[in-house]
Design a protein around this ligand. Structure first.
Ligand code: FAD
Length: 392
C-alpha cells in the first residue's frame, strides 16, 4: 500500500490531492496544512469571487502571461489547459463564466464553491486531513520520507508533494534544492508626483518602464491612485520588472502612451483639425479626447490661442507622459516571484531531479503570472501533473 503526503492545501495541493483521489491508488493520502481549513487563500482570490483561470484558449498566448516559468509550464499547460481545467470543474458540478476581460469565475461568483468541489472529493475518498498542523521538517528515509509535524507526531510516507505556496522553501532546500531570489510581484507603483489624478481610470495605454538599461513594456487598463498608479496593466508591468530595485533615491522612469493605437503624427493632425474646426473650444477639452479630462487641466486657454510649442508639448504629454517611479505598493493580488529553481524539476512530472519521490506544485516553484487567473491556472496545472506522477 502506497502512502502519499501533500504539504499545503492551497490550489496546487488541493488539485494534486483530488487527482490522486480520482486515480486508482490503493493507499493513504495525507493532506497537511498549517491553516485550519483547506484553500484559505483561494477563498480570498478575485475579491472573494475567485478568478480561477483565463478564458484564453491559445496556449502560446497564455504562456506569454508568465514573466517567469513560461517554458517550464508548457507541458503542464497543454496537459491541463484552462479549457481542461474548466471542464474538470464542470464535471464536478461547478459552472464557470468568462467575463469581458477573459477572466473566468464560478457562475455563482463565490470562491467557496471552488473549495466545496475539493471538500466533496476529499470526503468521498477519505483523505486524511491534517489541518492546523505545520510540517516542521522532512527527512529522507529508506522507502520515502519522514515528516516532523507540529503536533509532535512523525509521519512516514512513500511519496511527497510540496505545494506550500510562497513559503516553507527550507523543506525544498533541505533536499538540496536552490531557491531563486524571492520578491513580491503584481504590485502597484508609487510615483514621485501622481499629479492629483487619484481615481482617474484609463481603459488602454501603452506603458514603458525604464530602470537603468532595462526596459519593460505592457499595454492595458490602469488607474491613478493617491500615491501612484495601479490596475491590471500596472500589475503586469510590475511583474515583468519584479527584480528592478528602484526607490526614491534611484527612481525608474515610466512613460505612458495614452493613445497607443495612434501614431504621434495622427495625434498631432487630429489636434490641429480640432483647433481649426472649433477655435472657441477650450484646448484642455480638445485634449480630453486622448487623455482623462482631469489630466488636461494644465493646458489653459482656447484652441485659437494655442501656439505651436504648446501643441507639441500636448502631443508629448499624450504619447510620452513621463513619471518617476519611486517604489511599489500593495496590489489586489500578491504573488511571490522566485522559488524552487526550475532547472532542478522535471516539467513533465514535477518530480525533483535531486530527490526521487519528491514532487512540487504551484507557487513554491519559480513560476509567476500576471493577473487574470494565470496564477491559479499554473497552480491547477502543476498540481495536476504532480498528482498524476506521484501515483505512478
Ligand atoms: C489576495 C489575493 C488574491 C488573489 N487573486 C487571484 C486570482 O483571482 N486569480 C489568480 O489566478 N491568482 C490569484 N492570486 C494568486 C493565487 O492565490 C496564488 O497564486 C495561488 O493561491 C498559489 O497556490 P499554491 O497552492 O501554490 O499556494 P497557496 O494557495 O499559498 O497554498 C499553500 C498552502 O501551504 C500551506 N503551507 C505552507 N507551508 C506549510 C507547512 N510547512 N506545513 C503545512 N502547510 C504549509 C499554507 O498554509 C497554504 O495553505 C491571489 C493572491 C492573493 C494573495
Amino acid at each position: 500500500m502506497k502512502t502519499i503526503a501533500i504539504i499545503g492545501a492551497g490550489a496546487a495541493g488541493m488539485m494534486a490531492c483530488a487527482t490522486i483521489c480520482e486515480s486508482d491508488l490503493h493507499g493513504n493520502i495525507f493532506l497537511i496544512d498549517k491553516n485550519s481549513d483547506i484553500g484559505q487563500k483561494v477563498l480570498l482570490t478575485g475579491g472573494g469571487r475567485c478568478n480561477l483561470t483565463t478564458g484564453l484558449t491559445d496556449i502560446k498566448e497564455i504562456l506569454k502571461r508568465y514573466p517567469r516559468g513560461a517554458k517550464f509550464l508548457k507541458y503542464a499547460m497543454y496537459e491541463f489547459s484552462p479549457e481542461k481545467a474548466r471542464k474538470w470543474f464542470l464535471d464536478h458540478k461547478l459552472r464557470t463564466k468568462v467575463e469581458d476581460d477573459m477572466r473566468v469565475f464560478p457562475a455563482s461568483d463565490k470562491s467557496m464553491d471552488v473549495i466545496s468541489v475539493f471538500m466533496k472529493i476529499f470526503d468521498k475518498h477519505k483523505v486524511k486531513m491534517l489541518m492546523s498542523n505545520e510540517v516542521l521538517s522532512v527527512k529522507k528515509v529508506r522507502d520515502g520520507f519522514e515528516l516532523d509535524l507540529q503536533d509532535r507526531k512523525l509521519l512516514t510516507v512513500n511519496k511527497m508533494i510540496l505545494a506550500a505556496g510562497g513559503g516553507s522553501y527550507e523543506i525544498a532546500q533541505s533536499f538540496g534544492h536552490t531557491i531563486t531570489k524571492l520578491v513580491p510581484s503584481l504590485s502597484a507603483l508609487k510615483l514621485a508626483d501622481p499629479m492629483d489624478l487619484a481615481g482617474v481610470t484609463v481603459k488602454k495605454a501603452g506603458l514603458r518602464l525604464r530602470y537603468g538599461t532595462d526596459k519593460y513594456e505592457y499595454e492595458g487598463p490602469f488607474v491613478f491612485t493617491h500615491s501612484g498608479i495601479s490596475g491590471p496593466a500596472i500589475f503586469a508591468l510590475s511583474a515583468l520588472a519584479a527584480y528592478a530595485d528602484f526607490d526614491d533615491k534611484n527612481p525608474a522612469k515610466l512613460f505612458i502612451d495614452f493613445a497607443p493605437d495612434l501614431s504621434r503624427e495622427d495625434v498631432l493632425q487630429d489636434i490641429k483639425n480640432e483647433i481649426s474646426s472649433s477655435p472657441k473650444k477650450d484646448f484642455a477639452n480638445t485634449l480630453a479626447k486622448f487623455v482623462p479630462k482631469s489630466a488636461t487641466s494644465k493646458f489653459k486657454g482656447k484652441n485659437a490661442a494655442v501656439g505651436k510649442n504648446e501643441i507639441n508639448k500636448s502631443v508629448e504629454f499624450i504619447k510620452n507622459c513621463e513619471f518617476a517611479v519611486i517604489g511599489r505598493a500593495g496590489g489586489n493580488e500578491f504573488v511571490t516571484a522566485g522559488g524552487i529553481s526550475l532547472d532542478e524539476v522535471d516539467p513533465k512530472t514535477m518530480e525533483s531531479k535531486i530527490c526521487h519521490g519528491l514532487y512540487f506544485g504551484g507557487e513554491v516553484l519559480d513560476i509567476d503570472g500576471v493577473t487574470g487567473g494565470f496564477n491559479l491556472q499554473a497552480a491547477w496545472a502543476t498540481g495536476r501533473i504532480a498528482g498524476v506522477s506521484a501515483v505512478n
